[in-house]
Design a protein around this ligand. Structure first.
Ligand SMILES: C[S@@+](CC[C@H](N)C(=O)[O-])C[C@H]1O[C@@H](n2cnc3c(N)ncnc32)[C@H](O)[C@@H]1O
Ligand code: SF4
Length: 380
């Protein structure tokens, strides 16, 4: 049986942060109830014809803010997945959580219903920065949320941290990371703030009311963060992800290893049978469709053989272990070193990739110029 990941998009937040363009609306109990009914219908619409071919080994609740939901509702979703799919008993079940919504009552329920990995949105431990970017929590509440999760028996905890924030300094970043690592998290997702079109921060910058760090400052914060994490044995395994050995996120690894996953809920993406597709974003349309058992999925692309090959190289090169050449050759019945002889020689000469018998990977310089490296493999 083939392995399958499941992603559930929870499109609610208490309040929108100033930088974020993930699809979410303001939470209301009534909308939550409609959403739960709809998502259960959607899961049921798949089960029958996938059950005999796939075994689910990762489930990921992302958002928005999954921790805003009533835990009984999360339990209903997990029960439906268990009813409709074959689910490995050792599955990784992750949930994104906002420090403001993590309570003792909720954590006890999460434990009972089988959630075994939490991803907490910390972002920064500088109160002024947290306020500027529109977070609801302060630094104390962020640290307390991690402590609370540990005290309720969660050991596999990720913290999301952002750098490249206006007014942020290298010292800020180092201080934030050191304090978070001290709390014992096993994984850190380390994102460079990107100004997304239409967000309040994007508009402020456009009107010259906000100055973003320049490129050099952005890279310096990235390097400084990487040094702090690696000194503390949180090893980089992907451009933005660091973990102690054995705590890499199995679900996210599926995205980079071109494995199959199904996304449920408004705006969720799927990759199945070489097709990439997504659900419409609007939650009310999503609920309407689910009530009629008619799901309009936007097919983005049916990947051709060449697309699959290029995408596989690009995704795997994001991983610090790089791409396993034998696996590539077997998967596509090609000889990587012959097919890409010209590109490999050029990239190797310019110290952008490293190559041995088994794998090809980006150097540190290659990571900084990753998009340029990927482009080389696009050329025929
Ligand atoms: C969908 S959020 C889920 C976490 C939860 N909603 C919270 O914010 O506490 C996932 C992460 O994406 C990152 N993120 C969101 N917008 C971003 C942006 N514009 N640039 C960089 N990182 C971003 C943040 O670190 C955030 O924690
Ligand atoms: S960062 Fe998290 S809490 Fe903030 S708006 Fe985005 S999804 Fe919601």
């Amino acid at each position: 049986m083939k392995k399958l990941g499941i992603y559930v998009h929870v499109p609610f937040c208490r309040r929108k942060c100033n930088y974020c363009d993930f699809y979410s609306i303001k939470w209301k109990e009534e909308t939550e109830n409609k959403y739960i009914e709809s998502i259960i219908n959607e899961i049921k619409s798949y089960g029958d014809f996938l059950q005999s071919k796939y075994i689910v080994d990762t489930i990921y609740f992302g958002g928005g803010t999954p921790s805003i939901l009533d835990p009984n509702n999360i339990s209903k979703i997990i029960d439906t997945i268990n009813d409709e799919f074959e689910v490995d008993k050792d599955s990784e079940i992750s949930m994104e959580a906002n420090p403001k919504t993590l309570t003792s009552h909720n954590l006890l329920s999460y434990k009972k219903i089988g959630i075994n990995r939490l991803s907490i949105g910390i972002q920064s431990l500088n109160d002024e920065i947290l306020k500027d970017i529109g977070r609801l929590h302060n630094s104390n509440e962020a640290i307390e949320a991690i402590k609370l999760a540990f005290n309720h028996g969660f050991h596999n905890i990720n913290a999301d941290v952002m750098f490249n924030i206006p007014k942020q300094t290298v010292e800020d970043i180092e201080d934030t990371l050191i304090k978070i690592i001290r709390e014992g998290v096993k994984h850190i997702s380390y994102y460079s703030l990107k100004l997304e079109k239409g967000t309040p921060m994007y508009l402020l910058e456009k009107n010259n009311k906000l100055i973003m760090p320049d490129e050099d400052d952005e890279r310096n914060m990235y390097y400084a963060g990487r040094i702090v994490m690696e000194k503390n044995n949180l090893m980089q395994y992907e451009i933005s992800n660091f973990a102690y050995s054995g705590y890499e996120c199995k679900h996210n690894l599926k995205y980079w290893e071109q494995d199959e996953y199904l996304g449920f809920g408004p705006s969720a993406h799927s990759f199945l049978n070489n097709k990439r597709y997504s659900n419409p974003s609007d939650i009310f349309n999503f609920c309407k469709e689910a009530n009629n058992n008619c799901f309009n999925r936007n097919i983005h692309e049916v990947l051709s053989f060449d697309d699959l090959v290029f995408e596989y190289i690009m995704l795997n090169l994001r991983l610090t272990k790089g791409m396993n050449i034998n696996k590539f050759n077997e998967k596509f019945s090609l000889d990587f070193k012959i097919k890409y002889k010209k590109q490999i020689e050029y990239l190797n000469k310019n110290k952008l990739v490293e190559l041995d018998d088994k794998s090809i990977k980006l150097t540190n310089k290659g990571m900084d110029l990753s998009n340029y490296v990927f482009q080389q493999f696009m050329e025929k």
